[in-house]
Design a protein around this ligand. Sequence first.
Ligand SMILES: *Cc1c(COP(=O)(O)O)cnc(C)c1O
Length: 300
Amino acid sequence: MPIPSNLTQTLSLTLPSPLQRFSPPWPGADKLTMWIKRDDSIHPVISGNKWRKLQQALTTLPQGTQRIISFGGGYSNHLHALGYVCHKFKIPFTAIIRGDYCTRLTPMLGDLQSWDCDLQFINKATYKLRDDPDYLAQWHQRFPHSVIIPEGGSQVQALAGMQDMVAEIDTDFTQILLPVGSGGSLAGVASALSSHQHATGIAVLRGQDYLEERVNSLLPAPRNNWHIEHRFHHGGYAKAPQGLLDFCHTLFGQTGLAVEPVYSGKLFYAVAELIAEGAFAAGEKLVLVHTGGLQGARKG
Ligand SMILES: *Cc1c(COP(=O)(O)O)cnc(C)c1O
């Protein structure tokens, strides 16, 4: 297989990613100790948590794999990251995209096209079949010896890379917080925690119950050390009301930390709110995972 085992060196990834102290001027923040796990600095193109989730699948591709196929929306950081890696290693890649962007490629789809990816546009009804075995069999038939990676890269194999992320954190923390889209990252983090640690996922889309089910389906055994906050999606996926945009802008001005409104902005906004609500006891040690996504913040 053309993918080398020393991917980290070949792609010049910054691993382990830095762990930074974070002291924002938020009400109540002075009673806590906070760090940011800077997975956004792993690579300028390969969005942080997408690397973590893909790492194991890419390093263990079956012998004779001829193509990778995956699913996502027009702004998918996952397709973008995977497309870049496939381009670098000259692996044919088919991106199956929800909705017809054919005549109006987003900046990320434009990148995929320039990386010679095969872009397939399907309608929303067909896209619902993205995990259906019969539907996937049709793609396997069309492209023999292909490997299909599910939407967002969220599959059981994605957990190992997130566990590596947690293992890199060389300070004892009590709380870890991260944004939740398809649930793979949270499942990986929850599976790696010690008994005194708790994970909070901030849902970036309207997904009550559905997201909990997704996380549970990926966990090897049920765990009660995590939960998802559903109050901070700001109207839904990629919805960015002015209040959220103002928050991102102010955070950058105050701390120099760049966040985007789709994932990390919602995380930091939620953490500020949770602290103000008194969700954390004085003295708790929080790690906020900056999962990346800045390459997707470009305007179309
Ligand atoms: C995809 C993504 C997430 C969500 O991760 P899931 O494992 O899908 O829940 C968070 N942050 C960024 C930047 C992402 O691209």
